[in-house]
Design a protein around this ligand. Structure first.
Ligand SMILES: [Zn+2]
Length: 289
């Protein structure tokens, strides 16, 4: 079944020209344009990685921070849409990621050895099937749940994310090939994008304004963030455009894990401006909340 991922009709109705502010947060007369979803953020795993990867410690604003391991969460978000079903933002973690990726060799095994799985993607699937997955990017900690998902689960990511630069390390390529083998990975099309507030490239996922996929290149070439309208207010899932609350609050980009700091800084500024439009916005960071 095909989803109406891009609704030109909706564009024409809602916003002639480029909207500079968000649509109203609360349902009004036109329910079709004020559809809400529910969002749950779940800790798939606890993990510790070097802080220098998560926060740019060379930024003068980060002078107060010290290098060292930083305890963080691997998050997966569950979006429930009344018509379009359950979607995941990122894939979570399969039950035993270290064992399942043993074939990838020492590198990935060592990378994951301190990861403690709390809620596997298989457990999430016990609640019901998943209609699609939005991968905020394809770094390995965001695709570790793929093994638990049926092969025909539609996977979506940002423009260019499936390119050769997307892997964190050339040595992981065999594992990526295995993880994505037989799967459908699609990219959002820049030619069909709209602006969403201060974010110039965005897609109305279901054509009803409930979930917007936001292009946030920088951390990786095709990174995306996700904004959702809930009855409690907007939820902004930044992906790794900001791994941490500290980085968000101090306007400091991620560190060595980011590919392009200039682009990352621009994307981070756009997301901060978007969140500032509605004080009720709940912001969930890439690895922290
Ligand atoms: Zn990450």
């Amino acid at each position: 079944m095909l989803f109406p991922l891009f609704s030109l009709a909706c564009t024409l109705v809602r916003a002639p020209g480029l909207p500079q502010a968000l649509p109203e947060s609360q349902p009004q007369n036109d329910d079709a344009l004020m559809q809400t979803v529910s969002v749950r953020s779940i800790t798939a795993a606890n993990w510790a990685v070097p802080l220098e990867g998560l926060v740019d410690l060379t930024d003068p604003a980060a002078a107060e921070l010290e290098e060292g391991p930083y305890e963080m969460e691997v998050l997966v978000h569950v979006i429930e849409h009344p018509v379009h079903g359950r979607w995941l933002v990122d894939s979570g973690v399969s039950q035993e990621p270290g064992e399942r990726v043993a074939d990838a060799g020492v590198l990935l095994g060592g990378f994951l050895k301190d990861m403690e799985v709390l809620t596997s993607t298989a457990e999430l699937l016990e609640e019901g099937s998943v209609a699609g997955v939005l991968l905020t990017h394809m770094h390995v900690d965001h695709v570790l749940g793929l093994q638990d998902l049926p092969l025909d689960t539609p996977l979506w990511t940002g423009p260019g994310e499936g390119s050769t630069r997307s892997g964190q390390n050339l040595l992981l390529r065999p594992w990526y090939s295995q993880a994505f083998s037989g799967r459908s990975l699609q990219s959002f099309d820049v030619g069909q994008a709209q602006s969403f507030g201060p974010v110039p490239v965005a897609w109305d996922l279901f054509g009803d304004g409930s979930v917007w996929v936001l292009s946030t290149p920088g951390h990786t070439a095709g990174s995306i963030a996700v904004w959702a309208r809930t009855e409690q207010g907007p939820v902004l899932m930044t992906g790794d455009t900001s791994h941490t609350r500290w980085g968000w609050e101090h306007d400091v980009t991620p560190g060595t894990y980011t590919e392009d700091h200039v682009d990352n800084a621009e994307a981070l500024a756009q997301l901060r401006a978007l969140a500032a439009l509605d004080p009720a916005t709940q912001v969930v960071f890439g690895h922290e909340r």
